[in-house]
Design a protein around this ligand. Structure first.
Ligand code: NDP
Length: 251
């Protein structure tokens, strides 16, 4: 059978049944839509974010829809230190014993400014939230991913993470870094573990971040997060077994 086109992939209703999947930045935008869709396909999602009220409202939505009860992990990736990461690892281990999916989605835009004027503090913060935090989270959770029969790690890239663009500063550099992190981890896990590692570029999507980056754009001209999720489901589920080290587009 030919591999499906990830953009037009049609997920069966129980695609993620029994899978435990952590989604970062789950409170809003693409992360919220992805977590909702994973749960709707049977996944047991762990909702990670920094704003408790957003996570709680999503928790209620998912429960009200009759999907598997999610977990909530309040963690500010800009501030969290080692113990908070290990605490998260312990909670997942005690509740589920393993992790089958890890979607690194949380991200911040930083400034849109030329490098000559780019604020160094903002640079450090963007690199930390967008790149260092996903590295640390992955490192801490690798033993739980190893305990899965089929684990999928997804990093969220961007078109400016593949071809640098003026004024995208630390955001672009952080996404280049994520593409590299994904490739390195994919090689390190290939052949010796059952973990696969890939990057996804959502493409222009109607979210808060998009509105901040393009204030003059008509929001309706871009798809809603729920409309771009086919590749997320494809890479998170068993139909993409064997695919690792790739960087795919959602649009
Ligand atoms: P949003 O700004 O709409 O949502 C980002 C989410 O990340 C929010 O839930 C936010 O939490 C969370 N987050 C931000 N900082 C932290 C932190 N320090 N700790 C924990 N959580 C945090 O962004 P999008 O949905 O648009 O973007 C999602 C991903 O997709 C990002 O990685 C982005 O770079 C990427 N992307 C988006 C594109 C688009 O057009 N939208 C295009 C290409 C890539 P809170 O709710 O508390 O603010």
């Amino acid at each position: 059978m030919n591999a499906p086109d990830p953009k037009s992939y049609q997920a069966r209703p129980d695609l993620l049944a029994g899978r435990v999947i952590l989604v970062t930045g789950a409170g809003d935008g693409i992360g919220r839509a992805a977590a909702t869709s994973f749960a709707a396909h049977g996944g047991q999602v762990v909702l990670l974010g920094r704003t408790t009220s957003r996570l709680e409202s999503l928790y209620q939505e998912i429960c009200a829809a009759g999907h598997p009860e999610p977990g909530i992990a309040v963690l500010d990736l800009a501030r969290a230190q080692g113990p908070a990461y290990f605490d998260l690892e312990r909670q997942i281990r005690e509740r589920y014993g393993r992790l089958d999916g890890l979607l690194h989605n949380a991200g911040i835009l930083g400034d849109r400014a030329p490098l000559e004027q780019y604020d160094v503090g903002t640079w450090t913060q963007v690199l930390h939230v967008n790149l260092t935090a996903p590295f640390v989270l992955t490192q801490v959770l690798l033993p739980l991913l190893r305990a899965s029969a089929d684990a999928s790690v997804l990093f969220t890239s961007s078109s400016v993470g593949r071809r640098g663009k003026a004024y995208w500063g630390a955001y672009a550099v952080s996404k280049f870094g994520l593409e590299g992190l994904s490739q390195v981890l994919a090689e390190e896990t290939q052949g010796t573990t059952r973990i696969r590692v890939n990057c996804l570029n959502p493409g222009p999507t109607r979210t808060r971040m998009r509105r901040r980056a393009y204030p003059g754009e008509l929001p309706e001209s871009r798809p809603e997060p729920a409309a771009i999720l086919a590749p997320y489901l494809y890479l998170m589920g068993p139909d993409s077994a064997g695919i690792t080290g790739q960087s795919l587009d959602c649009q």
